[in-house]
Design a protein around this ligand. Structure first.
Ligand code: C2E
Ligand code: MG
Ligand code: MG
Ligand code: MG
Length: 283
């Protein structure tokens, strides 16, 4: 459409670029305002353990309060923040607040759970990334074993050796590393073996395809058993139906995340949910 001939074609092209530039600047200043005025918050999505039949961890997911930002969706906001560099400040805000949240949550539970935080590739590239994480864990005073970082394959494609080392250092501190959106990136199954990770999260797109054909089921079954064979735990993301859950249990997938278990919910709601489970589990 952009290169359409004549005046109209060019005008459309101009307009769409202008719209994009405008959006970018609205998002950038919206993020700045949010960081300055307590405009960010976290929601928490449970991960259900199919063996224990209980929630053993939660994932922190960023939300924005201002209506002018909400309209864009969190993925777009993060994409712009990666472009402007604001993502580092955002990620650190999320890390600190996730640590504070899990500390408050576990105070109210008999059986402590863990929290996952998404880390942008741009953040990992920062020279002081490891020190940042270590500082936040120490200053909030949580056991490092309560923290799990979710990274994507992009983080391992750029500056592989440096980032690899950084992740190993975090693992030595006792922090777990999980590979998010597995299957959507470069994903060579053979290289999984050598990565400093503890868990893979199979992307929702595979879980979606599962109900379509037996062939698709065999693909996901193979990914799960391959991951298990090299000592990794497996999460299936985006499980929305009981049929998917049942199949995944059959394939020995130990962790399930998705609307079928719970949508991302706010702090008060997740505490209530976890407290209910905690009581059932101890009795
Ligand atoms: P992600 O880490 O892969 O998170 C999963 C996304 O799928 C979340 O979207 C979640 O709400 C959604 N989801 C979970 N279960 C279901 C389901 O059953 N059905 C459907 N349709 N969706 C489901 P959300 O919160 O919009 O986040 C999107 C992405 O934005 C995340 O993908 C992550 O890559 C990024 N993100 C979110 N919060 C943060 C953050 O604090 N820092 C960074 N760097 N990235 C973040
Ligand atoms: Mg994630
Ligand atoms: Mg994911
Ligand atoms: Mg994702």
């Amino acid at each position: 459409r952009a290169k359409g001939s004549g005046k109209n074609g060019y005008r459309l092209f101009d307009e769409s670029i202008q719209k994009e530039i405008h959006e970018k600047s609205v998002i950038e200043s919206g993020i700045r305002k949010s960081l300055e005025t307590n405009g960010l918050e976290l929601h928490f999505q449970p991960l259900y353990n199919t063996k224990d039949k209980k929630i053993t961890s939660i994932e922190a997911l960023l939300r924005v309060r201002s209506p002018e930002l909400v309209q864009f969706g969190i993925q777009k906001i993060i994409q712009i923040a990666e472009f402007t560099g604001q993502i580092v400040e955002i990620d650190n805000w999320v890390l600190e607040n996730a640590c504070i949240a899990i500390k408050r949550i576990n105070k109210q539970l008999v059986n402590p759970i863990k929290i996952s935080v998404n880390i942008s590739p741009v953040h990992i590239m920062q020279q002081d990334f490891v020190e940042n994480v270590q500082y936040i864990v120490e200053s909030t005073g949580i056991p490092p074993g309560w923290l799990q970082l979710e990274i994507t394959e992009t983080s391992l494609m750029k500056s592989f050796e440096t980032n690899f080392k950084k992740l190993e250092m975090l693992k030595e501190l006792g922090i777990s590393i999980h590979l998010d959106d597995f299957g959507t990136g470069y994903s060579s199954l053979s290289y999984l073996n050598s990565l400093p990770i503890d868990r893979v999260k199979i992307d929702k797109s595979f879980v979606d395809m599962m109900l379509r054909s037996e062939k698709e089921q065999r693909i996901i079954e193979t990914i799960i058993s391959l991951a298990h064979n090299i000592g990794l735990e497996v999460v299936a993301e985006g499980v929305e139906q009981k049929e998917q859950l049942d199949m995944l249990v059959k394939y020995k997938c130990e962790l399930i995340q998705g609307y079928y278990i719970s949508k991302p919910i706010n702090f008060e709601k997740v505490v209530l949910k976890l407290q209910e489970e905690d009581i059932n589990y101890t009795n």
